[in-house]
Design a protein around this ligand. Structure first.
Ligand code: HEM
Ligand code: NAG
Ligand code: NAG
Ligand code: NAG
Ligand code: NAG
Length: 336
C-alpha cells in the first residue's frame, strides 16, 4: 500500500471520530440537571410521580408512552411535535393514519405530567413537553421492570407538526432488515441500536391487521403456502384463534406472548422460537446479520439493558431543537 492510501485512512478515521464526538451541535447541548440550578430542581420527581399515578390506573400507560416517544423522535426529531392537535388549517402528525393506533394514554401521561410540573412553584412554563416525554418514556420502562437511566435534558418543543411529515418516516411491520437499518441509520442509530430498541415490543399491544398477512395470506413465496414459514406453528394457531379472519379491527393482542407486562429480554427469546409478531421482529433472528445480537441479548439480560439504555439515549438526541428552532409550549397540544 502506498502513502496515499494511509492518508485516506487517516482522513476517514478523523471524519468518523468527528461524527462520533460531535453528532450535532444541538445534541451536544443536552445535559443532565438542565433544569436543576435555577428553574425546576425537582422536575424528575414531579414527572415520575405523575407517571406512577397514571401507571397505577392502567398498564397501557407503559407501551403507550414508550411508543409515543419513538414516533415523536422519528418524525422531525424529539420535539413533542406528535403531541400537537390538528386545527382547521393544519392536519397534525397525530392524525396521520399510521398514528391511528397510538393509544390515548401516552398523550394523557404527558399532559398530566406537564400539569403537575406547571403546578409547582417556579416550574410553570419552564419545562418543555419534549423533555417531559423523554423522562416519562424512561419512567414507564422502569415501572414495567426494565432498567432506569439518567435522561439528558434541554430539548425545545418544535414549531411545526404536519401529517404529511410522517409519511415514509416510520418503519412498517412488513419491513425487512435493509429497510429497518436504513431508516434507523438516517437518524444516527446503528444496527445494534435498532435491535435493542425493537425490544420495546416486549410490552404492549398490536391490532390484528398489522400481522394478518403472516398467518392468512403470506405472499413471499407461493410454494410455501399462506403462512409465513418463519413463524412458530403453535404460535400461528394461537394467533389465528385470537385474530380470526374478519376480526373486529379494534381487537388488539399482546405483542410478547410470554411476559406481556414485563420489560425484559423475553422479546429475543421469543424470536429464537419463531414467536416474533411482525416480519420486522422475526427478521432480526432470520437474517444472519442481526441474529448474533438476538442470541447475545436473549442469553444476557444485563448486556441487553445496557444496550437499550444507550440506544434510548441516542434516540432521545435525534433532531433535538435548540435556540430559535423551538420554544417551551404552555399547552403540549397547541403551539404558543
Ligand atoms: C423497528 C421497527 C418498528 C416497527 C415496524 C414497529 C411497528 C409497530 C406496530 C405495527 C405496532 C402495533 C400498533 C398497533 O397495532 O396498535 C407497534 C407497537 C408498539 N411499538 Fe413498535 N415498531 C418498531 C419499533 C419500535 C420502537 C423502536 C419502539 C420504542 C422504543 C416501539 C414501541 C412500541 C410499543 C411500546 C408498542 C405497543 C403500543 C401499545 O400497546 O399501545 N416500536 N409497533
Ligand atoms: C449548574 O451550576 C453548575 C455550577 O455552578 C454549573 O457548572 C452548571 O453548568 C450549571 N448547570 C446548569 C444547567 O445551568
Ligand atoms: C402507586 O401504587 C403503589 C403501589 O400500590 C403505591 O405505593 C404508590 O404510592 C402509588 N403511587 C402513586 C403516585 O399513586
Ligand atoms: C393477499 O395478498 C395479496 C398479495 O399481497 C393481496 O393482493 C390480496 O389482497 C391479499 N388478500 C387478502 C384477503 O388480504
Ligand atoms: C391518538 C390519535 O390522535 N390518533 C389519531 C391518528 O390518526 C387518525 C386519522 O388518521 C385519527 O382518527 C386518530 O384520532
Amino acid at each position: 500500500m502506498g502513502r496515499g492510501f494511509d492518508v485516506r485512512v487517516v482522513v476517514v478515521w478523523a471524519l468518523l471520530l468527528n461524527l462520533y464526538l460531535f453528532p450535532s451541535k444541538a445534541s451536544a447541548s443536552l445535559r443532565l440537571n438542565h433544569y436543576s440550578n435555577t428553574t425546576c430542581p425537582n422536575v424528575e420527581k414531579i414527572v415520575r410521580d405523575a407517571v406512577t399515578k397514571k401507571f397505577n390506573q392502567t398498564f397501557v400507560t407503559v407501551p403507550a408512552t414508550l411508543r409515543l416517544f419513538f414516533h415523536d423522535c422519528f418524525v422531525q426529531g424529539c420535539d413533542a411535535s406528535v403531541m400537537i392537535a390538528s386545527t382547521a388549517n393544519n392536519k397534525a402528525e397525530k392524525d396521520n393514519p399510521i398514528n391511528l393506533s397510538l393509544a390515548g394514554d401516552g398523550f394523557d401521561t404527558v399532559i398530566k405530567a406537564k400539569a403537575a410540573v406547571d403546578a409547582t412553584p417556579g416550574c410553570r412554563n419552564k419545562v418543555s413537553c419534549a423533555d417531559i416525554l423523554a423522562m416519562a418514556a424512561r419512567d414507564v420502562v422502569a415501572l414495567a421492570g426494565g432498567p432506569s437511566y439518567r435522561v439528558r435534558l434541554g430539548r425545545l418543543d418544535g414549531l411545526s407538526s404536519t401529517s404529511s411529515s410522517v409519511d415514509g418516516n416510520l418503519p412498517l411491520p412488513s419491513f425487512k432488515l435493509d429497510q429497518l437499518t436504513s431508516m434507523f441509520a438516517s437518524r444516527g442509530l446503528d444496527l445494534g441500536d435498532m435491535i435493542a430498541l425493537s425490544a420495546a415490543h416486549t410490552i404492549g399491544f398490536s391490532h390484528c391487521n398489522q400481522f394478518a398477512n403472516r398467518i392468512y395470506n403470506y405472499s413471499g413465496n407461493t410454494l410455501l403456502g399462506v403462512v409465513d414459514p418463519t413463524i412458530n406453528t403453535e404460535y400461528v394457531k394461537k394467533l389465528r384463534s385470537m385474530c380470526p379472519k374478519n376480526v373486529d379491527p379494534r381487537i388488539a393482542i399482546d405483542m410478547d406472548p410470554t411476559t406481556p407486562q414485563v420489560f425484559d429480554n423475553m422479546y429475543y427469546k421469543n424470536l429464537q422460537q419463531g414467536k416474533g409478531l411482525f416480519t420486522s421482529d422475526q427478521v432480526l433472528y432470520t437474517d444472519s446479520r442481526s441474529k448474533p445480537f438476538v442470541e447475545f441479548w436473549a442469553s444476557n439480560s444485563l448486556a441487553f439493558e445496557r444496550a437499550f439504555i444507550n440506544a434510548m439515549t441516542r434516540l432521545g438526541r435525534v433532531g433535538v431543537k435548540m435556540g430559535s428552532q423551538g420554544n417551551i409550549r404552555r399547552d403540549c397540544s397547541v403551539f404558543n
